[in-house]
Design a protein around this ligand. Structure first.
Ligand code: M6R
Length: 597
């Protein structure tokens, strides 16, 4: 997600803002920009890093300003799409973090009134809307209140105004924190940007609008009622603060999943002009690597169940060297980074073979987006830990949405059934939160695994790929050798490896294969292997009879169970690895983005 900083006080703002912004570099970004008030507002912004920006900008005088690092969600990384944005009269400038869901509707309205937009972003509409209300009301504060009442979505906004030293800081489902100084005040999306200057902070709450000047901070709600917020002392080190108080980025990212999933449900489609006729869809191929490949394998179960057409899944490095048979499928390429060399090469090859290509990626403007016909963006925000967590569960969200959409459009899925699945999908962030709330129980289960050197993850049906992903997470961060297997296959070989030293984790969420799964767990028990079972809470009593340890998750429809189960398995791997003293965010020999073949 984007980084935001603001300053108003008696010091020159430019250097201060740029160095505060640099404290947010760890979050990942693709563009940066700054706006300073000195009578008029001056803006500098560009694609690229803060050093690149610093080299271009002249000395800007002024003691009030805002700055931004952008992680693209609407519009590719380029100068025009970078923040800050200004209105047609250059009276205001703002930076924004989050997603404005109804931006298109507002933009259409404002364009009819003559507003001219310079970017493809959702953020730019906010400043034009403020301008529009200001024209009508003649008062900035009132224009801000009228604007937020129109906005739907998530936003943290900083707004400056010419000839003024006040900054409006507006929060809705996207964090903002005010740093309190002496004759100066600071605002940021994240604490690390403030720590150099102050440790006394006020966290804005949902719906807060703060008017910040060098001397005071006035916080109100959308209707102008004063809100009392206590200042707090931050005792974190800078490193702790970057991780939001979590011990590792991986843990932070695991805990970000409820909002990442929620944001991805609002995911955006970039479609070609000639809308594809899904009725003629006969088969689908999914191509990816690593965790994204596991998302693809899960996608096979999702798409086959909903669309009732064959779906094949291939590892990208194998697909690209397979015989060049003419491609009659729609080919879905999944890659969170959008830069994985094998997946990009597979996209090029799929197109060459005549396939229609769709990418699911988390990075706007990444290489894969230029090699395919259509793009679906997940909205997980940057992922710093090498182990994919939130990018995986948001890929699953994209696949559910794609299946529902194709299902309804092709007439293969009844509209009411689609609505029912969608309703359940909307409950998933809450269910993921419940799994996260049980993290202490999962940590106790990790204690049970800390000495293991080998283990198996087993599942059936849609949770067979979940088992594979659970095993991958475990092996890459804890260095325990872990295999993901279809439960029914154990007796065809792997049973020979089971001993009292080989824990087995079984996923047993109630579905058509539940009884069979219990039978498989019994087979494992007969070899005296320690057993952990993950299943629905309502089945805990039954599962306890079969297992040494049970991890329960809230019930959902079987089709959606891979999301909460995966979150539980991510936590299990994390705590196991931490107890073994592993270097979690940078596992040995691995890179976040594999750009070599
Ligand atoms: O960026 P991609 O999704 O294309 O990356 C593919 C794999 O390298 C990646 O999923 C890898 O397996 C994970 N980091 C493992 O957690």
């Amino acid at each position: 997600m984007c980084g935001i900083v603001g300053y108003t006080g008696d010091r020159e703002a430019q250097e201060l803002l740029l160095s505060s912004l640099k404290r947010l570099e760890y979050r990942g970004y693709d563009s940066a920009g700054i706006a300073i008030v000195s009578g008029e507002i001056t803006i500098f912004k560009d694609k690229g890093n803060i050093n690149n920006l610093s080299k271009q900008i002249p000395k800007m005088k002024g003691r009030t300003g805002i700055a931004h690092t952008r992680w693209a969600t609407h519009g590719v990384p380029m100068k025009n799409n970078s923040h800050p944005f200004s209105d047609c009269t250059s009276r205001f400038a703002l930076v924004h973090n989050g997603i404005i869901e109804n931006y298109q509707e507002i933009k259409d309205e404002l364009m009819k009134k003559g507003h001219i937009f310079s970017s493809e972003t959702d953020s730019e509409v906010i400043v034009h809307l403020i301008e529009d209300f200001f024209k009508e009301i003649g008062d900035t504060e009132k224009a801000v209140r009228a604007t937020v009442k129109r906005l739907e979505g998530s936003y943290a906004i900083l707004l400056i105004e010419k000839e003024s030293n006040r900054i409006f800081a507006i929060r809705n489902r996207s964090p903002l924190v005010i740093g309190l100084g002496d004759g100066e005040n600071f605002i940021a999306s994240d604490v690390p940007a403030l720590l150099e200057h102050t440790s006394s902070v006020i966290y804005l709450q949902e719906g807060d609008i703060a008017e910040v000047t060098p001397e005071r901070v006035l916080i109100t709600d959308h209707d102008g009622n004063a809100m009392k917020r206590e200042a707090q002392e931050i005792e974190w080190s800078l490193e702790d603060a970057e991780k939001g108080g979590y011990k590792h980025f991986m843990l932070k990212e695991i805990f970000e999943q409820p909002s990442a999933i929620q944001d991805s449900m609002r995911g955006r489609w970039v479609e070609p002009a000639d809308r594809y006729n899904h009725r003629s869809l006969r088969s689908i191929k999914i191509v990816a690597c690593g965790t994204s490949y596991h998302a693809g394998l899960t996608g096979k179960y999702i798409l086959e169940e909903i669309l009732k057409i064959p779906v094949t899944v291939e590892v990208a490095s194998e697909y690209r060297y397979s015989p060049p048979i003419r491609e009659n499928s729609t080919v879905i390429l999944i890659t969170q980074s959008g830069e994985t060399a094998d997946t990009i090469a597979a996209a090029v090859e799929a197109r060459r073979r005549g396939g229609r290509t769709i990418a699911i990626t988390n990075v706007v403007g990444s290489t894969i987006t230029r090699e395919v016909d259509e793009v679906i963006y997940t909205q997980a925000g940057p992922e710093m830990g090498v182990a994919a967590t939130k990018t995986f569960t948001t890929q699953l969200v994209a696949l559910y949405q794609l299946a529902l959409r194709y299902g309804v459009e092709s007439g293969r899925l009844d509209y009411d059934d689609a609505k029912e699945i969608e309703r359940e999908l909307r409950l998933i962030p809450r269910k993921v939160r419940a799994v996260l709330d049980s993290h202490e129980d999962i940590e106790k289960v990790a204690e049970f695994l800390r000495k293991a050197e080998n283990m198996f993850f087993i599942g059936r049906n849609i949770n067979y790929p979940t088992a594979m992903e659970g095993a991958l997470k475990m092996k890459e961060i804890s260095y325990i050798h872990a295999e993901g297997y279809p439960a029914g296959e154990l007796k065809h070989g792997p049973l020979a490896l089971l001993t009292s030293e080989t824990p087995v984790l079984a996923i047993a969420c109630r579905n058509a294969t539940f009884e069979k799964m219990l039978g498989n767990i019994r087979e494992v028990g007969a070899r005296e292997s320690p057993i952990i079972v993950v299943g629905f809470k309502k089945d805990r009593r039954i599962l306890e009879r079969y297992a040494d340890r049970v991890i329960d998750i809230p019930e959902t429809i079987p089709l959606l169970s891979p999301i909460p189960v995966s979150v539980a398995l991510q936590l299990l791997s994390y705590y196991t690895a931490d107890m073994r003293g592993a270097e979690i965010d940078r596992p040995r020999n691995l890179a976040k983005s594999v750009t070599v073949e």
